[in-house]
Every structure is written in structure tokens, then in C-alpha cells.
Design a protein around this ligand. Structure first.
Ligand code: KG4
Ligand code: ZN
Length: 343
């Protein structure tokens, strides 16, 4: 049994957690900076980085105290080393290096996306490799074949916006405050998903890639037209995203032998997304796994779990481990034509 202390600060959530290799979450703590970023309508990297410096040390103390654990009792220190907002990434990584050095513990520099990718295994002990992963977050929208720890094959990505980014932009157009995804889901609950005709970009196209920029523009036109209820625009937008996610995921199974579908990342906290993908799995006779919503949005428990899996595989890092703003899970994946910076 190995006990991992993990630190996360790659976007706007500061988080720390203690998790062991037997899947016990001894303690986890998270402070979201929503209030600090709300006036700007999105995350301001400089504000986020400074806030992590102030918040993270207290969270580390808090989880150790809550679990009654001394730093000498842990077996490894895991820290997110990217991808993300570089100023923030550096905070957890450097804190992790300091702790590892001072306490004489191994350092595990974790890819945040690997945290999302392996998170379902923390709560689903029977989930074995390989599985097909729909990773939907604020910065990423990918279909990956997860073959093992550190072994990923990217089957598809977005050629423009990520799914969470689309939710956030549509929410902003609807006058909802940051963070937009959960607010849009709540508004959509009172709307008619068929009321507003919206496009389903790339639906039915031969490769399982995603595109959401055109959908966002259509939402803008629908809002400006003034003829639709906001609730109906929200519900119709959410339905369009669902249709794309389901169609593209079904397509990916044509080029993968996996018989399990897994959904993870912040957008997987959305109840309609969870249901739509569960229904796809059921219709196709696939095993389905999705972590609880709190484990889908950013947290340090998933970083601890990825750290635990990497430590068990002998994958530790040295104190010169770099902080990486970009860090694809599948380094071999081809660039997709039209794809922006969101690898
Ligand atoms: O994984 P995550 O917490 O951070 C990143 O690594 O990006 O994902 C955040 C994204 C945001 O775009 C947020 O709006 C979206 O996930 N999100 C949601 C919901 N909760 C979070 N989108 C739709 N419905 C939700 N309930
Ligand atoms: Zn994330």
C-alpha cells in the first residue's frame, strides 16, 4: 500500500489530496477562485497564479491534519506538471518538488489529462484497460484509447473549441456568469431542447473529430434575434452538444476494439451528458463508467490516483521535471487540420 499526497493548480482551482493505492481518499480539499475571476468573465492567468501561491500551502496543511498524517508517512508527492496556465502549473510543481526534497520522497510529475483519464479507476476497481475515453473539459475535447498507465492513443480531438469552452461561451452569450457550464445546465432544465434549430458540426463525418465554433456562432445569432426564450436556447444548445458527443463517440468505436466507454473531465459533471453517453453504451452493449461529478471537475484526488498508478509502475520524476503549458497525452498524434492550440 502506498500513500500519495497530491497538489493541483493548473487552472483556477487550488487543490490538495491524500489518496492511497487501495483507493481510500483519506482527505481532499479544493478552493475554487470563481469569485476572483467572475468580474472578468473568465480565468485571468496572473490572478490565478497569485491566488494559488496564497491558497495551496494552507490546503496541504489542511489535508494532512484532517487525515492525521505526517509528511514522513507519505510514500510519494504527486504534482500536476501541465498542461495548463503555466504560472499556476509552476506553483504546485515547485511546492511538490520542495516537499519531496525536504522529506526525501519520490516526486511524481503528473499530466493533468492523465489525472482525468485514470480518475474512473479510483472509484471503479473493476475498470481494466483498454477503454475508450471521452475526455471533455474546459481546454480539451478528445477521444482516447487508454491502453495502460502512460499509454494513450488519441483517436480524435476538436478542430476549434473544447466542449467546456463551448458551454462557457454559450453561457456568456446568454448572460450567465462565470463559470458557465453548470449555470447553462441549470437554465436548460426549464427549456425545450427542440425549440431552436442549431447546427451539429461534423455530425456524421468519417473521422470522429469535434467542432463547436459554428455552434457558438449560431447561439449568438439565436440570442441576438430576440425571438427565443433563453431557456430554450440553453436547452437546444445543450442538446446539440450532446448529439455531437454521442455521434463522434459512436464513430470512434469503429476504429477501436475497446468494449468499455468512459467519460471524464469537467463537462462529464453534466447530468444530460452522463445520461446520453450511458444510453449510447447500453445501446451498443458496452461497459460504461463515469466518475461522480465532483471527481469529473478539477480536483487533486485524481492527481493523487494517477500518481499512485505511476508510482506502482515505477514512473517517478527527477527534480528537474519541467512545467509544461502544453503536454499531449499521445505525443505521436498527428496535428489535425484546423486544430488550434488546444491539443
Ligand atoms: O475539467 P475541468 O474542471 O477543468 C479543465 O481541466 O478544463 O473542466 C471545466 C469545464 C468548464 O468549461 C466548465 O464550464 C465545464 O467543465 N463544466 C460543465 C459543467 N460543470 C463543469 N459543463 C457543462 N455542464 C456542467 N454541469
Ligand atoms: Zn481538468
Amino acid at each position: 500500500m502506498a500513500l500519495i499526497l497530491a497538489l493541483e493548480s493548473s487552472c483556477d482551482d487550488s487543490a490538495a489530496a491524500l489518496v492511497d493505492s487501495d483507493r481510500h481518499i483519506l482527505a481532499h480539499a479544493i478552493i475554487s477562485q470563481n469569485d476572483a475571476h467572475r468580474p472578468y468573465g473568465g480565468v485571468v492567468p496572473e490572478i490565478a497564479a497569485r491566488a494559488h501561491v496564497e491558497i495551496l500551502p494552507g490546503l496541504i496543511r489542511q489535508v494532512l491534519d484532517e487525515a492525521g498524517i505526517a509528511i514522513a508517512d507519505v510514500d510519494g508527492i504527486a504534482a500536476t506538471a501541465g498542461p495548463g496556465l503555466i504560472g499556476g502549473v509552476m506553483v504546485a510543481l515547485l511546492a511538490g518538488k520542495g516537499l519531496a526534497l525536504a522529506a526525501g520522497k519520490p516526486l511524481i510529475a503528473v499530466n493533468h489529462l492523465e489525472g482525468h483519464a485514470l480518475s474512473p479507476r479510483l472509484v471503479d476497481p473493476d475498470l481494466g484497460f483498454p477503454y475508450l475515453l471521452l475526455l471533455v473539459s474546459g481546454g480539451h475535447c478528445q477521444l482516447l484509447e487508454v491502453r495502460g498507465v502512460g499509454d494513450y492513443r488519441r483517436l480524435a480531438t476538436t478542430i476549434d473549441d473544447a466542449a467546456g469552452e463551448a458551454f462557457d461561451k454559450a453561457a456568456k452569450l446568454l448572460g450567465l456568469s462565470y463559470p458557465g457550464g453548470p449555470a447553462l445546465e441549470a437554465l436548460a432544465a426549464d427549456g425545450d431542447p427542440q425549440a431552436v434549430p442549431l447546427p451539429r458540426p461534423l455530425l456524421g463525418s468519417p473521422e470522429p473529430h469535434f467542432s463547436f465554433a459554428g455552434l457558438k456562432s449560431a447561439v449568438q445569432r439565436a440570442v441576438v434575434s430576440g425571438v427565443h426564450r433563453r431557456e430554450d436556447v440553453a436547452a437546444s444548445f445543450q442538446q446539440a452538444v450532446l448529439d455531437c458527443l454521442v455521434d463522434r463517440t459512436a464513430k470512434a468505436f469503429e476504429v477501436s476494439d475497446a468494449s468499455t466507454l468512459v467519460v471524464a473531465g469537467g463537462v462529464a459533471a453534466n447530468a444530460s451528458v452522463r445520461t446520453a453517453l450511458a444510453n449510447l453504451a447500453k445501446a451498443r452493449g458496452l461497459r460504461f463508467s463515469v466518475p461522480p461529478s465532483w471527481l469529473c471537475t478539477d480536483n487533486a484526488a485524481m492527481i493523487a490516483w494517477a500518481g499512485s498508478e505511476r508510482l506502482a509502475a515505477g514512473l517517478t520524476d527527477t527534480r528537474d521535471a519541467p512545467a509544461r503549458a502544453r503536454w499531449p497525452l499521445d505525443e505521436q498524434a498527428d496535428k489535425v487540420r484546423g486544430a488550434g492550440v488546444k491539443a
